[in-house]
Every structure is written in structure tokens, then in C-alpha cells.
Design a protein. Structure first.
Length: 262
């Protein structure tokens, strides 16, 4: 269970919340305590696995899948959607954890959107990804679910459905702040970019600037350049002063250059 939790990048606090104490979870993970069936079921549900999957856990197979997921994540972060889409081919059949399938469909939906401009297929894949783990009144929303919500909002924006776009984009931001100290995926910076882009399109520049600044601030806390050039480009557009606008454009260009040479 500890290996699966760490693979999900969940802390003990995140996994045990409203189920059991962290000390109890620690003893369970260290084989010092046998959980009752109800606790075990709740822990497995939050991890996105069945009890059978935990009992038949194969660390070697999981390691191979983890390596695949790291490859997918690399292509996604670097916007290499052609390589990502090719890598996704023939992978679905070897995935058995719901959380891995969720990432698979999230990446596939993203490829449909960014690579093929197929909004309907993208939405179908993203909905499938979210449905694998999300339900109303869920006590803890994962980083992946937040990213999927935001991406769905972006697709709805492209489809011209402003009401649903706003709902999904606002929900992703709201859920981010339910446990901000526990959020670790730098890819979450994209949710601020997506929402700010929507607000700009809907003539809400002040709110858009607020989202851009929050995204930049969060990335600085994480010491990450991921999506920072894009956020600075949006900030440049939102500046009324041409000199200020050009300053942020230069920031974006410099960060893009750093990304290229690295």
C-alpha cells in the first residue's frame, strides 16, 4: 500500500483523511497492524485500486508502468504531442490500476485536443478519465482530477459552451485551494493559465490578472519554470502600459530560451 501511495504522490495525511489516523495508516503500511475490511476498502477506493489489486501487487510490473508514465509526463510537459500519442498506442491493455488508466485517458484526451483538434473525442476521453475516480462530495480531490477538470473547461471553451467552461475551470481552482499545501504537481500551473485565458476571452481582465499572478507565485514556490513563459505572455497582454507589457514579453522570451537550451 505504501508503494502505491507513493506512486500516486499522496502523503499519509492525504490518504488517511476522514478514514483513520496517520499513525494507524503508518502501522498498516509497515505490516504492524491489520486493518478492518471497511478501512481497507476506503483506503483502496482513495488510491483508485481494488482490494484484490493491493493483495496481488507486483512491484516489478508497477515499476515498468511507472517508467511508462514518466515517459508520458515528459512528452506532455514538453508539448511533444506526436511522441506522446505514439507512446500511448497499445498501452491501455497493460494498465490495471484505475489511477494509471486515468492518466492514460487524460493524456489521450489532451492529444485529441492539442494535436488533432477533435474537441468531442477529447471531451469523451477526459470525461472517462474523471469518471474513474471522481464523485460528488468526495472528501479529497487529487491533483490529476483537478488537471482533468481544467482541461475539460478548456475544451468546453473551444466548443463555445461558456457556462460549462466556467463551471469546470472555477471548480478546478476551488479544489486546488482545498489543500494547497498538499499540491505537488507543477503541471497544476496550467489550471491558472486556462482559467485566466477564459477570463480574458470573457472581458474580465482584473480577475484574469489575479489568476496569472497566483500561477506565477505558485510556480516560484515550487522553483519550476513549467508554463511560466505562457503565464508571463498572458500578463504582458493584460498590461495597460506598453513598457510593462514589453517587460513581461521579454521575461517570457528569456524563459523560453532557457527551456530550449536545457
Amino acid at each position: 500500500m505504501k508503494e502505491i501511495r507513493k506512486d500516486r504522490k499522496m502523503t499519509q495525511k492525504m490518504l488517511s483523511q476522514d478514514i483513520c489516523s496517520q499513525s494507524v495508516l503508518s502501522r498498516i503500511e509497515n505490516d504492524e497492524e491489520l486493518p478492518n475490511v471497511m478501512v481497507m476498502q476506503q483506503l483502496c477506493q482513495r488510491l483508485g485500486v481494488s482490494m484484490d489489486q493491493v493483495l496481488t501487487f507486483n512491484s516489478e510490473r508497477v515499476q515498468k508502468i511507472n517508467e511508462l508514465m514518466e515517459t508520458f509526463a515528459f512528452y506532455f510537459r514538453h508539448k511533444e504531442y506526436h511522441a506522446l500519442y505514439r507512446s500511448l498506442d497499445h498501452v491501455e491493455d497493460i494498465l490495471y490500476l484505475e489511477s494509471d488508466l486515468q492518466r492514460y485517458y487524460y493524456y489521450r484526451g489532451s492529444c485529441q485536443y492539442y494535436l488533432f483538434r477533435d474537441n468531442e473525442q477529447a471531451l469523451q476521453d477526459l470525461r472517462h478519465a474523471l469518471d474513474l475516480s471522481y464523485h460528488r462530495n468526495k472528501p479529497f480531490i487529487t491533483d490529476w482530477e483537478i488537471q482533468i477538470m481544467s482541461c475539460m473547461g478548456k475544451v468546453f471553451m473551444s466548443l463555445g459552451n461558456q457556462e460549462k467552461a466556467r463551471r469546470f475551470l472555477e471548480e478546478s481552482i476551488h479544489q486546488f485551494y482545498t489543500l494547497p499545501s498538499e499540491r505537488i504537481h507543477v503541471e497544476l500551473a496550467k489550471i491558472f493559465y486556462n482559467y485566466a485565458s477564459f477570463l480574458i476571452q470573457n472581458h474580465e481582465p482584473l480577475r484574469a490578472l489575479e489568476q496569472v499572478d497566483q500561477g506565477i507565485s505558485w510556480l516560484r514556490q515550487k522553483n519550476s519554470y513549467y508554463f511560466l513563459p505562457e503565464l508571463f505572455c498572458l500578463k504582458a497582454k493584460l498590461m495597460n502600459d506598453p513598457e510593462e507589457s514589453r517587460k513581461y514579453e521579454k521575461f517570457a522570451e528569456y524563459l523560453e530560451w532557457i527551456h530550449t537550451v536545457n
